[in-house]
Design a protein around this ligand. Sequence first.
Ligand code: ZN
Length: 645
Amino acid sequence: MSHHTTTQRNTAAIPFDAPKNGWQPLGVNEVALDGGLAGDLQELNTNVMIAHCDSWLEREGWLPNFDAAVAGGLPDERRGREFSDSEIYKLLEAMAWEFGRSHDERLRARFEAVVARVAAAQEADGYLNTMFGRPGQAERWSDLEWGHELYCAGHLMQAAVACGRTMGVDHPLVAVATRVANLVCTEFGQDARGGVGGHPEIEMALVEFSRLTGDSRYLAQARLFVERRGRGVLAEIEFGADYFQDDVPVREADSLRGHAVRAVYLASGAVDLAVEDGDEGLFEAVQHQTLSALAKRTYITGGMGSRQWGEAFGLDFELPPDGAYSETCAGVGSMMLNQRLLMASGDVRHADAVERVFYNVVATSPAADGHGFFYSNTLHQRELGTEVPADKVSPRAAGSLRAPWFAVSCCPSNVARTLASLGAYVASKSGHALQLQQYVNGRISTEVPGVGSVSLRVDTAYPHDGEIVVTVLDAPGAEWTLSMRVPQWATGALLDSGDGPSPVGPGYVHVTKAFTTGDTVQLSLPMRARWTWSDERIDATRGQVAVERGPVVWCLESVDLGSSVNLVAVDTSVPPGDRDGRVSVTAAVEEPPASDWPYASGRTERGAPSAQRVEVPLQPYHSWGNRGATTMRVWMPELGSASGE
Ligand SMILES: [Zn+2]
């Protein structure tokens, strides 16, 4: 929290607010994406993914659960897991941000129809959950470890925040969420029962809901939940107390740990709380945990969670590519967490983290046609896997081919709400300043505090191409600062603000002047394929190399090879090929000699010096698995590395 400029509280359509004295994200209605990787994904969300989620929620009965609640059909007619209500709320949130952006009236009509069915199921005292409390069901709040009631309530509040900010605070959904929030405060307040939800989520929802409504009671409840946690308040489970971050209090922990999605959601809520309370100690603790996790517990893709068991963070440098869980939702959570930390601290590392995890985890999840999703995101697919039927629910996160829907289907709707609110990640503002955080082709129009209305066009084919041209469409003539992020990987970047190109290093570059219509600023980022090696403490990738191009991680797929990806060893003495963004490596592809025991007293080397070298094409990791069953790997053995060359 290092900024000193004071700005007005942002009332725009933003997924989360930010410190009064920090950077403010722009509203989803202030940033218009136009094509490119990010813009195309958002358009796919608009045209396909939102409706896809909607149709599966109907056909799986998760939305009809609310109708059954009204008709007295529960628990007999209930379908789905204990957290299925939250999927309807995440869809509503996605629809609300989407409406705030597009003002599509057909979408609005569908939104209202779903809200009416949800609202009808709310009980007289405000309770709203289809899983608990009726005859034949478990009692309310009787299973805080696994019941997900507070988690569902949190997602309902987040949907109401989206709705309140895009359709108005008088909307009935805000009233529904207010009754739920009031009940939570009554049941879990200072003098009521103790306890926290087994899956964090309600913490950030309560803070945001207090910002929306102006009611500090919700903020106080978030504070109670954050401070209570970490003291063994939840019952023992097989995964251990660290699974739901109940092992160490939030402000005493050293790193993110346990179930990855739970960890990043809790951290996001703690940042929101710290920002609202001006609690420097809490903020610094969570920022330290996040930076530590980025330094030691994060995949090259930005993915988090290296253990299948418990869908959890591993220990420092425990990052096996083939064991990677890297759940899509943990990627979404990392975006939320790092964006919050970025707005409050101005630390460019968080913007770099958002970029990495967006292009390599969140963008990887949806299929090219928008009708399938990855749940986990392995970095090494050893099996071809079998085609997943387009009309069947997948039992869970198989990790081989994208599935249309899952028995635990948290990821698709999480991707949908993130893509609908993507504009909020693109730029930020503060007194007399606008910061470009992520480069997307499109337009940005906002009120810059102390300056007035500013409108910009950004022309770029990023991340395919590294040229970014910002043209001022409208500016009031006063002096202000345009800041642009130079990613950490971009060595040799050039900035031209009208006086010719000059070299700029990673971090933010600033152009301060009284901009007038037609002024341009051009940033040139060196977009060429490059080798990347891992820290030697990451045992699982020692002796291997990966290829990155800009913020995009590349991978090898067997569909391009005609044989297993495990036969390839790359020659790093030849730079990666890069012809207009088509990337390749020079490699030996050969079957090692058969052996009945895979250990020996001498070192084995990959690729004899005489081995024939071939050029092997790579694919952007985010697009892998779109051409049928395939094996895949990001980290590739280095030719002759065993000899220490
Ligand atoms: Zn998920």
